[in-house]
Design a protein around this ligand. Structure first.
Ligand SMILES: C[S@@+](CC[C@H](N)C(=O)[O-])C[C@H]1O[C@@H](n2cnc3c(N)ncnc32)[C@H](O)[C@@H]1O
Length: 275
């Protein structure tokens, strides 16, 4: 199987997650009331990538989460690609409590993982949503938020959005792509944020893009993650760009926990300087 080649922006994303995962378990292991703390990689990949610049192998997010000083008490790795889960199975060390799932994370989280993380479980979890594109459903974010035990990192896939949905005139976008965007955001209101409706000289309707990625990110942060999902804290996301300055994704964090918010805000600010 061909492994993914990743750029510096993905390496920064991996470093951020690893740094926070390490802080998270260091804090959680001192909580006597806590019956366990889980790491969930909902779009896990193969666990290993190729560094685009040098061609060398580098660990992906599932592997990074195993390397931290104080491990999580359980690990849940999901991928829809059988070849990737097979590599994960082969790489998984036996001395960790790791479950690997083949399938759509939206279903697997709802049926198999989130039910074990209800408040009464006295567990906590860190869940990483790292899709290539619009493959995550809003209901899954809502289900994570409702648990109140689970913090999330979310890769908000601007590249897929900009390429396939957010055309200059929305009328020219494929309705199926618009539906993917609605399903990811759980709302059609992004159209109000980004577009102005009107009629041209021939009476034909247009929807012209007037808003920016930053406006979209601000809306998703305050209206969706905070107001609609109910996450108490959502620090300003980090915007990742490619070497030519093109926007690739926002990295969001959302939590109900003040300490988590403080730590991630500091980590984000540290990396923001270099972006
Ligand atoms: C960006 S990669 C993940 C990289 C990984 N988080 C890392 O940093 O090492 C996205 C992965 O999501 C998987 N995927 C796509 N749709 C999915 C879905 N609905 N459920 C679970 N996995 C999915 C793809 O097969 C791919 O391996």
């Amino acid at each position: 199987m061909k492994l993914d080649k990743i750029g510096i922006w993905s390496e920064i994303k991996l470093d951020i997650i690893k740094e926070y995962a390490s802080a998270f378990t260091t804090i959680m292991r001192k909580q006597d009331w806590c019956r366990g703390y889980a790491y969930i990689d909902a779009f896990a990949g193969a666990g290993v990538h190729i560094r685009r610049k040098t061609g060398e192998l580098i660990p992906g997010s599932p592997w990074n989460a195993l390397e931290i000083a104080n491990p999580f008490t359980e690990y849940h790795y999901i991928d829809i690609d059988k070849k990737k889960t097979e590599i994960l199975e082969r790489l998984a060390p036996e001395n960790f409590n790791i479950k690997i799932y083949l399938g759509d994370c939206n279903e697997i989280l709802a049926k198999k993982i989130f039910p074990t993380l209800q408040n009464k479980s006295k567990k906590r979890a860190l869940c990483f949503f790292d899709p290539y594109g619009l493959h995550l459903y809003w209901e899954t974010i809502i289900e994570a938020a409702k648990l109140r035990t689970t913090e999330i990192f979310l890769n908000f896939p601007l590249m897929d959005m900009n390429r396939n949905v957010l055309h200059k005139d929305l009328i020219s976008a494929d309705p199926d792509q618009i539906e993917r965007m609605n399903k990811f955001c759980g709302s059609e209101d992004w159209q109000e944020i980004l577009y102005r409706k009107g009629k041209d000289l021939f009476g034909d309707t247009y929807q012209m893009k007037i808003g920016s990625n930053v406006q979209l990110g601000k809306w998703f942060m305050s209206d969706r993650l905070q107001k609609a999902a109910g996450f108490k804290f959502v620090p300003e996301p980090v915007l990742m760009r490619n070497s030519k300055g093109g926007p690739l994704f926002f990295l969001f964090f959302a939590t109900y926990n003040e300490t988590g918010n403080k730590i991630v805000s500091e980590i984000f600010n540290k990396y923001r300087k270099y972006l």
